[in-house]
Design a protein around this ligand. Sequence first.
Ligand SMILES: *Cc1c(COP(=O)(O)O)cnc(C)c1O
Length: 391
Amino acid sequence: MTPKTFAALGVRPLINAQGRLTRLGGSIMAPEVVAAMADASTSYVDIFELQREVGRRLAELTHNEAAYVCTGAATGLFLTTLACMTGTDSEVLAQLPRADLPKNEVVIHACHRFSYDPAVRLAGATFKEVGDARETAPWQLEEAIGPRTAAVLYLAGEVNRRSALSLEQTIEIAHADGVPVIVDAAAQLPPAENLWRYTRDLGADLAIFSGGKDLRGPQSSGLIVGRRDLIDAVFVNGAPNPYIGRPMKVGKEEMVGLLAAVERYLSLDHAARLAGFEATVQGWIDAFIGIPGIHAERAWPNEAGQPMPRLLLTFDPDVLGFDANDVRHDLWEGEPRIAVGSYGEKHLYLTHAESDPGARGIYVTPDTLEPGDAEQITERLHAIIRARRRA
Ligand SMILES: *Cc1c(COP(=O)(O)O)cnc(C)c1O
């Protein structure tokens, strides 16, 4: 069903079978979240007091010393970098963005450089890379940390491990020099326990989560958890304080919306959710058995490395006369519009107008779907395959 606001603009909705991607609308807020936001939108409030109390409650729920709501995980990278560079010193903050900070380097594994890098550099930090695409030795991290190091930034998740040291070892080496470790865990939910695993259990100083991914909180929200003194510094750097964090303001609606999302997330039966995703993927596999030139299998984990299954459907162009790009194109252009991932060379950052030169198949995710979507996807795929074969 097309939302009225989209229809009025002539903008088509879509079924998201690709992932919690911002460019596809991120996620659909849980009803509890919408209700909390609507409720908070009816009154004025002291925004500092609300931010503090929401943070206190979020810290309790996530077993952390402190917590803070920001406008997204990318803002979380910006604010935590600033916090590690400036602390709570408002005289220093008032000089930004033009100040020569004594600590302005963020150490990062070379294999963890990623598309959200600019958020860290926007804070005025420069990256110092350790290791390479093949391996990282502990001595390399030890050597990279020096008097100018503000923090070590670590990208969580098994798919991001590659040639990096383990988080445990990274923390041990950084802490030996008194340097804080920031964990970007934006997409590392589920499991819900990750909300406290990186910080309370493994000892990282700060961890950042996206509010608009599996949490199904406000699209423009993010959660920072960790050490109280550093969250205090995040608080001072953040809006509505008059420093460089001011453009990234978070509203009262996002604050209570994210709190409602975390409360809900912690009450979900995650085993039942996972069983549901497995059943959806198995249903898809069964629907494509015996079609010459097409192979269906369960892929694991998903594109963000979350412990959830997805469907990998591959197409043999020699048998079929069409390829995976054709199918992805038809899904995007057809009715309803359906977004899926590409199993090829450029899968994650490919737009739907682009063709993926090495594409051999498509990835279809179950966890982003609304009721009825899975069946519609099967029907559309069968129709596309029939039409393309006749052509
Ligand atoms: C999604 C993501 C972000 C950005 O999250 P937003 O909440 O959209 O700002 C940052 N880092 C990683 C690793 C992500 O997956």
